[in-house]
Ligand binder design. Structure first.
Ligand code: MN
Length: 227
């Protein structure tokens, strides 16, 4: 294939226990998937969770740096379970959904909260709040062949070693099967898709110089420096 410009590199993520990497096609994110986070954000409604997305080249691997982004005074961390998809499809049933999962990781849905608040009030899209450069830190992915399908386990995030988010995967409103079921009704999933599955309560601002760590029991941990 001839391109008129150098082709952009394929985004990818380390896989625990192998030198091979997980190639990333798209990043989908679930919003409002833990009740206590809905409440802290001022939503007490019972509307279903929903989706937005981030560009694949926004990934930052553990050990990397998160440059404090422009045009914001309030960047929030959101620790999340990440699902890595190995088999695509549309209208995937909850019964079959887990057969489409390659593995799991730990991600941070970085959010320019001030821009998100403005966008919500104005009825405008969330791209500038969610889809900016470096907005998707992620741990190494652990394959299902190693860990199965964890549906319970502590999920936590710390800033400079101080715990700020501390919850459990079993408090998700949509579990992984339900997330895949609903998402695959809207979009045809494909190998290489990642799904950030929503954050528990305790989100808050980060600042240059801080070290953000986070993890999920049985899956992994990540560490990112804000610069
Ligand atoms: Mn989120």
């Amino acid at each position: 294939m001839n391109f008129v410009l150098p082709a952009p590199p394929t985004a990818s993520v380390e896989v625990t226990g192998t030198n091979a990497r997980f190639p990333v096609r798209r990043i989908y994110c679930i919003g409002r998937n833990y009740l206590a986070h809905r409440v802290e954000m001022g939503h007490d409604d019972r509307t279903p969770p929903f989706y937005f997305s981030k560009p694949a080249d926004a990934l930052v691997e553990s050990g990397g740096e998160f440059p404090y982004p422009a045009d914001t005074g309030s960047v929030h961390f959101e620790i999340e379970l990440v699902v890595a998809i190995s088999r695509g499809g549309s209208n995937i049933s909850t019964d079959n959904a887990l057969d489409h999962v390659y593995g799991y990781g730990v991600g941070i849905d970085m959010t320019r909260r001030d821009l998100q608040s403005k966008a919500k009030k104005a009825g405008k899209p969330w791209e500038a709040a969610k889809g900016f450069d470096h907005a998707a830190p992620i741990s190494a992915i652990r394959p299902v062949s190693e860990i199965g399908h964890p549906d319970t386990g502590r999920i936590w995030l710390a800033v400079n070693g101080e715990i700020r988010q501390d919850s459990d995967l079993n408090l998700q409103i949509w579990n992984v099967q339900e997330g895949i079921y609903h998402l695959s009704k809207l979009f045809e999933l494909a190998p290489g898709d990642l799904i950030y599955t929503g954050t528990p309560e305790g989100v808050g601002p980060l600042h240059p110089g801080e070290v953000i760590t986070g993890g999920i029991d049985g899956i992994g941990e990540l560490e990112i420096k804000v610069v």
